[in-house]
Design a protein. Structure first.
Length: 114
């Protein structure tokens, strides 16, 4: 029911002339769409698949880390640099945690050592 509304908002933001308010609305729309899609995808995953999904999301967190490096490295504003640096720290924590979870999951399938 909300999908046509979000699509209409995105279409309106994409065709509007460029100014600060329009750019903000466009970025807000993309953020809300991404948040909605992420919520819908994650809530549909059975509990048994959360661990493999976590290990698979390391690639996505790697892409987030690259984007954060680009934002922090642009040094357009202090706020943007700080936000990019914070995003980089959080993405790397997610990547490291995903590898730890994957390692523990794979250890469960190894034969016991005597």
């Amino acid at each position: 029911m909300t999908t046509p509304l979000l699509v209409a908002l995105f279409a309106a933001a994409a065709t509007a002339p460029e100014d600060a308010a329009t750019t903000f609305i466009r970025l807000l729309t993309v953020f809300l769409l991404a948040m909605w899609v992420g919520f819908e995808v994650i809530t549909k995953v059975p509990q048994r698949l959360h661990t493999p999904l976590t290990s698979g999301s390391n690639a996505i967190s790697g892409i987030t880390a690259v984007g954060a490096i680009v934002v922090a490295g642009a040094m357009a504003t202090r706020f943007g640099t700080a936000l990019g640096f914070l995003a980089l720290i959080l993405a790397m924590i997610n990547v490291a945690g995903g590898f730890v979870v994957t390692h523990r999951m794979l250890e469960m399938f190894q034969p016991k050592k005597k």
